[in-house]
Design a protein around this ligand. Structure first.
Ligand SMILES: Cc1cc2nc3c(=O)[nH]c(=O)nc-3n(C[C@H](O)[C@H](O)[C@H](O)COP(=O)(O)OP(=O)(O)OC[C@H]3O[C@@H](n4cnc5c(N)ncnc54)[C@H](O)[C@@H]3O)c2cc1C
Length: 477
């Protein structure tokens, strides 16, 4: 018997999985997952994310078992060896066609091209499918045929197209006849480094759909207002599921449509604002694809490569460990380390604090995030860091620095988030908690550090550093 082979990567689900759906429609199918520990290390993928993927894969294996699709799990430490391994596997199981969903990093694309070329040379066809995004990167362009660099223009083009045609999720495939090949065991760990406990994150596709439905029914209506307050359940917290592909973006929008009676063309602010966030995700994937230098660690704005970043190991350690003396920054950094997840508002605050107030290279922060996040994703993490550091496309202007104290007063007004993560400040009033240095006293608050910098001076230093770049001469108004 000959087989279709579906190679699963960041698409750990059976419903609305184009590669799986197509493979199963063409004949008896085997599924494959490659454990690639050396490559994951190169990409700084966090042990937390790898454990999230592993647990998701266990749930996926159960789903595949119901479809009678055996899941093969093989270890190929580095991607350069993937093509060779796939050739052997295809020959062993008489595979006619390999199916996979597209991924957009430079290494991912190089790996897939290598696989396609080498398998095609042996007469094995390869089919790849659009999955992670609504529109294939490279198909949304300016009038002069270039990649769109401004989010609002990108978003408007997406909206116009989605209004015309909204891609619907594919159904879960029907079970096939048993093929008599036993599934492989899933390894007990994907990383040598121990992950944090993931007991707060229900695993698997049906759990993810329950979370999505709960978010849509309970929180989406208020999303536009509540999404900036980290102490509230204002956002979906679905990013780890989207990054692992346990959920698809089409499923998210489909679920959200229940709030608007199925209308994409709506004035509902919760719906529109949430879809716009999903389109930021889409935007950064298109940008990553159009500018391969981003995958290689370069800034989007080449002139910012000349910035004189500070080498300040002690300041960096204070930021990483949540001991800067700025409560909102410290609460956020401790939360990231303990849970592997961080609210978007806090990601922006701490990223700007590192890259502007501390004037430490954004790449150092980008790496720290990747090493801890459950949802670490090159396109979005790079996009978010370069936005905050004003080195990216459509980034915040260089002269805009978030003041961590006023941000804290505005977005954690009662100090609830701070108290949860900085117990040293649990007894401090809502009025004083954002800036405990004002409490005075010779030694400050017992156990809590004094601010490691003067905000006004650090702002001045950042502005000078940016102004010294030739193309950043425009004065703030
Ligand atoms: C410095 C920095 C680093 C970031 N790193 C990552 C990362 O590695 N992985 C990641 O998934 N997101 C990243 N983001 C984007 C954003 O912070 C998270 O997607 C969001 O906090 C996830 O929470 P949620 O699922 O509750 O989002 P919701 O508010 O419910 O939004 C729904 C989905 O839209 C997408 N989304 C939301 N906001 C953004 C955004 N600003 N940019 C791009 N996509 C967005 C996410 O997929 C998210 O799950 C980063 C942002 C910044 C500022």
């Amino acid at each position: 018997m000959s087989y279709q082979l579906v190679w699963l990567r960041t698409d750990l689900r059976v419903a609305d999985n184009p590669a799986l759906y197509k493979a199963m429609s063409q004949g008896p199918t085997l599924a494959l997952y490659l454990v690639t520990p050396e490559q994951w290390k190169v990409h700084q993928d966090s042990p937390n994310k790898l454990e999230f993927w592993r647990l998701s894969l266990i749930r996926l294996a159960e789903q595949l078992q119901q479809l009678k699709v055996p899941l093969l799990v093989r270890c190929v430490p580095r991607w350069v060896d993937v093509a060779e391994h796939l050739i052997q596997l295809c020959q062993q199981y008489s595979v006619q066609t390999l199916h996979f969903n597209d991924e957009y990093g430079v290494n991912e694309q190089r790996r897939d091209q290598d696989v396609q070329q080498r398998l095609s040379a042996l007469g094995i066809s390869c089919h790849s499918y659009l999955d992670q995004v609504f529109f294939a990167p490279g198909t949304l362009l300016t009038q002069t045929g270039r990649a769109i660099q401004v989010y609002s223009a990108f978003r408007n083009q997406c909206h116009a197209r989605l209004l015309h045609h909204l891609p619907k999720p594919l159904p879960r495939p029907k079970a096939q006849q048993p093929v008599g090949i036993p599934p492989d065991q899933i390894p007990e760990r994907f990383s040598e480094v121990e992950a944090i406990s993931l007991s707060d994150w229900p695993m698997g596709e049906s759990a993810a759909h329950s979370l999505l439905e709960l978010f849509v029914s309970e929180h989406l209506a208020q999303y536009a207002k509540a999404r900036d307050f980290p102490a509230q359940t204002g956002t979906s917290r679905l990013s780890p599921y989207l990054t692992a592909g346990v959920l698809s973006v089409r499923q998210c929008v489909q679920a959200a449509l229940s709030l608007t009676h199925g209308h994409f063309d709506t004035q509902h602010s919760g719906f529109i604002t949430w879809v716009d966030e999903l389109l930021w995700r889409e935007f950064y994937r298109h940008i990553l694809h159009a500018y391969p230098r981003l995958s290689r660690g370069y800034a989007f704005k080449p002139e910012t490569e000349a910035l004189l970043w500070r080498q300040a190991p002690e300041d960096l350690a204070a930021w990483q460990q949540g001991r800067t003396g700025f409560p909102i920054v410290d609460a956020a950094m401790r939360c990231l380390k303990a849970t592997g997840w961080l609210h978007n508002r806090l990601r922006m605050i701490v990223a700007m604090f590192l890259s502007k107030n501390l004037l430490i290279d954004w790449r150092v922060g980008e790496q720290w995030f990747m090493q801890h996040l459950l949802d670490g994703d090159l396109a979005q993490n790079n996009g978010g860091w370069q936005w905050s550091a004003s080195t990216g496309t459509d980034a915040v202007p260089y002269f805009r620095l978030f003041n961590p104290i006023t941000q804290s007063e505005k977005f954690d007004p009662q100090g609830d988030f701070i108290r949860r993560w900085v117990p040293e400040l649990a007894h401090v009033s809502a009025q004083k908690i954002h800036n405990p240095a004002t409490l005075g006293g010779l030694f400050g608050i017992s156990g809590y550090p004094r601010p490691i910098l003067d905000l006004a001076q650090s702002r001045k230093r950042a502005l000078q550093a940016f102004k010294s770049l030739s193309s950043h001469q425009t004065e703030p108004s």
